[in-house]
Ligand binder design. Structure first.
Ligand code: B1M
Length: 219
């Protein structure tokens, strides 16, 4: 391994540790250093930040970390995502399609949803983010306003069951055929997506881009 490769590995390790312990300033500093070293946002995300927040989740499951620890790690991670967002955004390009994304009703997890929104933006979609705990009526309104792609994220087994209500609300409003619905989030599977009548499922933010393009006939 060359000296500069070792330095990059050290920076990625530092970033992993900073997310794990919820050190927002440490995350920001490490992400800035990685950007300055021309490391791709995907490597920063997938080789350091995501494994670190997943480790926090495992500690929570084992009873070794609690909600406050998850919260500070999530805030720290968000600090890093804010720096990566502009690198993934495409400027001055005619949008491929209008996309809307949100976290399902009763669910406040937003890191994965934010990443999908960032990747869609980077791929050339015009993205409106409805935030978290989004009731079906707000998704419906966004589709009425012209969204061709609708992304719903759910992180809890208790909230993924709110997805069908959103799809039903689109049907009730006569808008179901106007939009492609993609769902995702840790407890979601391809089988669940087809059971609830979504058009697509993506296991991660990268694949959310390819699935979206495929569904909209853009590939
Ligand atoms: Co929560 N939480 N949490 N939490 N939390 C989980 C999800 C959990 C798995 C932890 C655990 O037990 N191991 C567990 C759920 C168990 C279950 O339902 N099976 C859990 C729980 C239980 C809870 C509470 C109920 C805890 C409590 O209060 N007792 C509570 C619920 C609050 C609520 O929503 N009503 C709660 C609260 C929180 C915090 C607020 C403290 C915080 C969230 C802060 C925030 O998001 N701003 C939090 C966190 C941070 C987590 C963990 C640790 C990390 C989640 C995360 O951001 N992961 C999580 C454990 C874990 O994930 N291992 C956990 C990183 C992110 C990049 O991954 O979101 O999966 P993810 O997104 C991926 C893919 O899933 C996919 O792409 C992303 C990246 O490639 N994807 C999509 C996501 N959305 C997509 C949409 C798509 C396509 C792909 O298309 C539209």
């Amino acid at each position: 391994m060359t000296g500069s490769e070792e330095q990059l590995d050290d920076l990625l390790d530092t970033l992993y540790d900073a997310v794990s312990i919820g050190d927002r300033d440490g995350v920001i500093e490490a992400v800035k250093a990685l950007i300055a070293a021309n490391v791709s946002p995907e490597i920063v995300l997938y080789d350091a930040m995501i494994p670190a927040i997943q480790e926090v989740g495992q500690q929570f499951e084992l009873g070794k970390a609690f909600v406050p620890e998850m919260l500070v790690s999530a805030r720290a991670m968000q600090g890093g995502l804010d720096l990566l967002r502009p690198l993934l955004a495409q400027a001055n390009v005619e949008p491929l399609a209008k996309a809307v994304i949100g976290t399902v009703l009763s669910d406040i997890h937003d890191i994965g949803k934010n990443m999908v929104g960032m990747m869609w933006g980077g791929a050339g979609f015009e993205v409106t983010d409805l935030g978290v705990n989004v009731p079906p009526a707000r998704f419906v309104e966004a589709v009425r306003n012209g969204a061709q792609l609708l992304g719903i994220s759910a992180l809890l087994t208790t909230t993924m069951t709110n997805i069908p209500a959103t799809i039903q609300a689109l049907k009730d409003a006569g808008l179901r055929d106007r939009v492609k619905v993609i769902i995702g989030g840790a407890p979601i599977t391809a089988d669940f997506a087809s059971e609830v009548g979504a058009d697509g499922y993506a296991p991660d933010a990268n694949r959310a881009v390819s699935v979206a393009k495929q569904l909209l006939g853009l590939t």
